[in-house]
Design a protein around this ligand. Structure first.
Ligand code: ZN
Length: 156
């Protein structure tokens, strides 16, 4: 690991001071630029503002963000990434918005389920789980191999 823990936290501070969040928008954002900037602006204080998913999911996370912000204008994002070909999306709410939590979780769970069927690389939709089977369109591999090795993973 090249980065020490000190470095990013100092940079987060800089980001918050200068609000240069646009420099964290992925280069391939294209039509999702605005949405991804909104997502970055929602990153909770102290959390590294990055979009840790690939282009194929930009639409998915943009739609999710729109639904969540419609339900709760001030919701914050703690992390947004891909883990074992599945979307991981952690949020934080103001105490006064706690009553909206269930509704938000429902949307997030739906997006997570969808993420398993959308190729993170090329964005292709599949009726099969791309997370497991891989993508026939671009050749991105799934987790089947990993699953066979790891008996702890059992979900269907
Ligand atoms: Zn693909």
């Amino acid at each position: 690991m090249k980065r020490s823990l000190q470095q990013p936290s100092r940079k987060i501070k800089d980001v918050r001071h200068t609000t240069e969040l646009s420099s964290f928008i992925p280069d391939d954002a294209d039509e999702y630029r605005e949405s991804l900037l909104d997502i970055l602006e929602r990153m909770d204080t102290g959390y590294w503002p990055t979009i840790e998913v690939k282009r194929g999911w930009y639409q998915l996370i943009s739609e999710l963000n729109e639904k969540l912000s419609n339900q709760c204008q001030n919701y914050k994002i703690r992390s947004l990434k891909s883990s074992s070909h599945q979307l991981q999306f952690h949020i934080n709410l103001n105490p006064s918005d706690e009553n909206k939590l269930q509704g938000l979780i429902k949307e997030i769970m739906y997006a997570i389920a969808r993420s398993q069927h959308i190729c993170e690389m090329c964005g292709v939709n599949s009726s099969e789980k791309i997370s497991e089977e891989g993508c026939k369109s671009c050749g991105q591999s799934g987790t089947q191999v990993k699953k066979r090795r790891n008996k702890n993973v059992s979900e269907d």
